[in-house]
Design a protein around this ligand. Structure first.
Ligand code: AMP
Ligand code: MG
Length: 420
């Protein structure tokens, strides 16, 4: 079987498919409603009760028989005895006798016999007797049982992404928890002997480690959980030992995906490549810029509990390459693994604000700023993959196809929106 590097560069779509294929769909877990934000529903939510559960008042006012107040007017009010007081939450509401009114508050059960609510503003607000100065249509200001949802009705399907309104609906149905798809767990590893943790002093030749933190945050923003190992020296044996120890862990600490950055390009001291080659992970080029050197596979290592496999995606070390690779390959795979209905970033078309050129044969993802009002997009920074400042100010990626070599100002381009 020929290896990836022998068959030449993969297309972006081929590598996307290869990374996505590494992650099996995650299982199901039950979470409290307040922990369900952003999760993907794994069951059908049906209404356990009708919504509203009972006929109730939409106004503070008086429950009446509409026919008995039909002649009410400001200059000839209808006066009725107030037979009951019904605050919200009253559970022993008596029926309304003919010829009487009941004082009622918003959300309180409408008594049997009443068919309309007169708002308090159209009365003298009396407590023993009330003078009603306007008629009410039958059904006025009554919220009917089941008008939002009938008991048993399907409300949300499996695959729905949960946020405040959907979680509020589940609570309104009386549910304390929901079945959701488990989040994938990702071990984020940075490699490079030049890396120093932020907060430590920097010696000449050293840089601060940024990819690990950035990728761990990106992983969490994609709906997965992350464990960050922020510093691994360029030492193959130590690197393998760290991985073997993590792979031997029990769930949920055991990673579903190991995500590395750095150590995969063509130089010497490429620790990720050196440690994982021959153990199920393949390395090669993707016809893309930034992010050409990539690797992925199912890592097989001998651990204390036997031989174990774990999905691995290896991203290049330059920060822009690392994050663009994450956006293109890893984020969609993580979201697909939890059954997200829309794994990809929103994509729009915008007109370029200036000329751009692009190398033949490589799909380019340039950093951009979109002006939604005018429908134009401007490049920020240059194609260089170490410019994390420009990356941080960008709000989109400009996706230039592999066969594009030049795009003139005013022409349409495909834009991935990073801020949603
Ligand atoms: P490498 O792929 O290891 O050759 O790294 C490519 C470039 O990215 C080098 O300039 C590294 O110093 C830089 N780099 C690698 N890993 C990190 C990291 N975790 N944080 C910041 N820069 C990094
Ligand atoms: Mg390195």
């Amino acid at each position: 079987m020929s290896t990836w590097s022998e068959t030449g560069p993969r297309s972006v779509d081929e590598h996307r498919a290869a990374v996505a294929a590494l992650l099996a769909p995650t299982g199901v877990e039950r979470v409290a409603l307040t922990d369900a934000s952003g999760r993907v529903l794994a069951e059908e939510l049906a209404a356990a009760v009708s919504l509203p559960p009972f006929d109730n008042s939409a106004m503070d006012g008086y429950a009446v028989r509409a026919a008995e107040v039909a002649a009410a007017a400001a200059d000839s009010p209808v006066e009725l005895p107030v037979a009951a007081d019904i605050p919200a939450g009253r559970t022993d509401v008596p029926p309304l006798a003919p010829g009487a009114a009941a004082r009622i508050m918003t959300g309180a059960p409408v008594p049997d016999g009443a068919d309309a609510i007169v708002p308090v503003e159209r009365t003298d607000a009396g407590t023993a007797r009330v003078r009603i100065s306007a008629p009410a249509d039958p059904g006025a200001h009554v919220r009917r049982a089941g008008e939002d949802a009938a008991a048993g009705q399907a409300l949300l399907g499996a695959g729905t992404v949960l946020s405040a309104p959907q979680i509020g609906l589940a609570a309104a149905c009386g549910r304390p928890d929901l079945a959701v798809r488990r989040r994938p767990h990702v071990l984020v590893l940075s490699t490079g002997s030049e890396l120093v943790a932020p907060g430590e002093p920097l010696a000449p030749g050293q840089i601060y480690e940024s990819n690990g933190t950035m990728l761990a945050v990106a992983v969490r923003e994609a709906g997965a959980t992350a464990e960050l190992l922020s510093f691994v020296p360029d030492d193959v044996e130590r690197f393998r030992a760290v991985l073997a120890e993590k792979m031997a862990a029990a769930s949920p600490a055991r990673p579903d995906l190991v995500l590395t950055s750095g150590g995969v390009s063509a130089g010497a001291y490429e620790v990720v490549k050196d440690a994982l080659t021959g153990h199920g992970v393949e390395f090669g080029k993707v016809a893309m810029q930034p992010g050409g050197p990539q690797g992925c596979g199912t890592l097989q290592l001998d651990t204390a509990s036997g031989r174990t496999g774990v999905a691995v995606a290896t991203l290049p070390g330059n920060p822009v390459s690392a994050l663009v690779s994450f956006e293109v390959f890893v984020r969609p795979a993580l979201r697909a693994a939890v059954g997200h209905p829309d794994p990809d970033r929103p994509i729009v078309t915008a007109r370029l604000s200036g000329d751009l050129s692009s190398p033949a044969g490589r799909r380019q993802f340039r950093r951009g700023i979109l002006d939604a009002a005018s429908g134009t997009v401007a490049e920020i920074g240059t194609p260089a993959s170490h410019l994390i400042g420009a990356l941080a100010r960008a709000d989109c990626l400009i996706d230039l196809p592999a066969d594009t070599t030049a795009v003139a100002a005013g022409e349409p381009v495909t834009v991935w929106l990073l801020e949603v």
